[in-house]
Design a protein around this ligand. Structure first.
Ligand code: PLP
Length: 457
């Protein structure tokens, strides 16, 4: 038993060394997927009645399987929303695992939840929400958006008996993340999309509401604004939308899953003005707050309303709510019961590095987007689709068709050189295929950007 333990510890050290050594090294290739049958042919049967042994399984992992994953933190991975967890956060993710903490109730996970709450206090302070606002860590932005929509819908239902038999309706824009529409399906509410991929303005919201039928208006309970659209980094008119929501008595949710990290950056903080009026906010620490997967967060102006929506009841759970077990129970504020204390790596990283280094790292992502924008403007064969917004840059290669963007993406990925993917940008009725950078990793260099742009010639 002892022998095995030591082997496992050595193996874990090996994984850590392997992981830590490759962080932000561009000499390391970006991994690429293989077909399932190819992987099977390489590794054979791995789950057998006898077991294949940890050492051999680990060998297979290193030799074949690890390379079939894309490292989201590679400095030339600028696709989707990449990530860049700090070393401190990665190390503490291991500590979180070995600590086996049940993070649902204070009675079981007080130490871990205490640390999560310390980190959460910093995040809440960035939003400017009033005293009493607080949040919890979720598995990601999707779960945070779902938790917020449920809280808003349950509040609306509590206001009027008639609302209990109506199907709710929310308004957002076509720039909102796919998870808003997906989660509305889960909650069974309708979504009305304002047809703009650009800033959703308060006035556009006002006129959309004015055009609703009486029944639609009765069903309308929330508006979802985006604090950094995934496609283009656009921040909606949060002040204008907040004003309309206040007047119309609607739940105001801000999805800042991607952009929320930029609340820490002084240079762009003013773009988020109005977020302090939100009823709920989604922010993903596993995006621009340098946490490992998976770590999202949902914050409420009035956590009591979320508790009414989410607190689970059961005789076996009563003890957790007893005075003797008194404390903050994260399960009460989102959809999950048993949960990992997934805010713990963020806490350790914040404690280790200090919040100023977080500010600086986010500012570097913003700066990289501006640098990339200038490089694109100075290039003969490239063009900006729009000015960089937050850390997103949309640009076109003059003369390219959609197939050229796809082939270019595959070529760079196959070489293990870079992952930059195409997207579409809507102008009027027309969708144009373009390329897109999203910067998160502060270790991405100007030379990385130049190399990628040069590969488009
Ligand atoms: C604005 C926005 N909202 C929600 C999500 C979903 O977050 P997750 O993938 O963590 O569930 C994303 C993911 O990119 C996002 O950018």
């Amino acid at each position: 038993m002892h022998k095995i333990d030591i082997d496992l510890v050595e193996m874990t050290m090996d994984v850590m060394k392997y992981t830590i050594d490759r962080i932000s090294h561009t000499k390391q290739k970006i991994g690429k997927p293989k077909r399932e049958e190819e992987l099977k042919a390489l590794v054979g049967e791995t789950v057998t009645s006898e077991g294949i042994g940890g050492e051999y399984a680990f060998k297979l992992w290193r030799k074949h399987l690890a390379k079939a994953n894309v490292q989201v933190d590679h400095p030339r991975n600028l696709a989707f929303v990449p990530a860049s967890p700090t070393r401190a956060a990665i190390m503490f993710d291991l500590v979180t695992s070995v600590s086996s903490i049940h993070g649902a109730y204070w009675m079981e996970g007080a130490g871990g939840i205490f640390c999560e709450n310390e980190a959460m206090r910093w995040i809440v302070s960035l939003t400017g929400l009033p005293e009493g606002a607080f949040g919890v860590f979720t598995s990601g932005g999707t779960a945070a958006n779902l938790s917020a929509i449920v809280a808003g819908r349950e509040y609306w239902r509590s206001l009027d008996e008639q609302n209990k038999v109506e199907k709710g309706l929310i308004i957002t824009s076509i720039g909102a993340h796919s998870s808003i529409k997906a989660m509305a399906k889960v909650v069974d509410v309708d979504v009305l999309l304002v047809d703009t991929e650009d800033v959703l303005e308060g006035n556009a919201l006002k006129s959309t509401i004015a055009k609703l039928t009486q029944h639609q208006r009765q069903r309308l309970f929330a508006v979802v604004a985006t604090g950094g659209t995934t496609n283009a980094g656009i921040i909606d008119d949060l002040s204008g939308i907040a004003e309309v929501c206040k007047k119309e008595q609607l739940w105001f949710h801000v999805d800042a899953a991607y952009g929320g990290g930029a609340l820490a950056a002084d240079s762009v903080r003013h773009l988020f003005n109005g977020i302090e009026h939100a009823d709920s906010i989604t922010i993903d620490p596993h995006k621009w707050m340098f946490s490992p997967y998976d770590c999202g967060a949902v914050i409420y102006k009035n956590p009591e309303l979320a508790k009414r929506a989410h607190s689970q009841q059961g005789s076996y759970l009563d003890i957790f709510k007893d005075e003797g077990a008194h404390g903050f129970n994260p399960t009460d504020y989102q959809i999950q019961l048993t949960r990992r204390v997934r805010g713990l790596p963020l806490w350790f990283s914040l404690a280790t590095n200090g919040t100023d280094r977080y500010k600086a790292a986010v500012e570097r992502g913003l700066e990289l987007a501006q640098i990339a924008g200038r490089m694109i403007e100075n290039s003969e064969h490239l063009e900006l689709v729009r000015a960089p917004s937050l850390s997103c840059v949309l640009f076109r290669r003059k003369g390219w068709l959609p197939v050229n963007y796809t082939n270019w993406t595959y070529e760079n990925h196959k070489k293990g050189f870079a992952l930059v993917t195409p997207t579409k940008w809507k102008q009027g009725e027309h969708f144009e295929t373009v390329s897109r950078f999203c910067f998160i990793n502060p270790d991405t260099t100007e030379s990385d950007i130049q190399l990628i742009l040069d590969s488009m010639v």
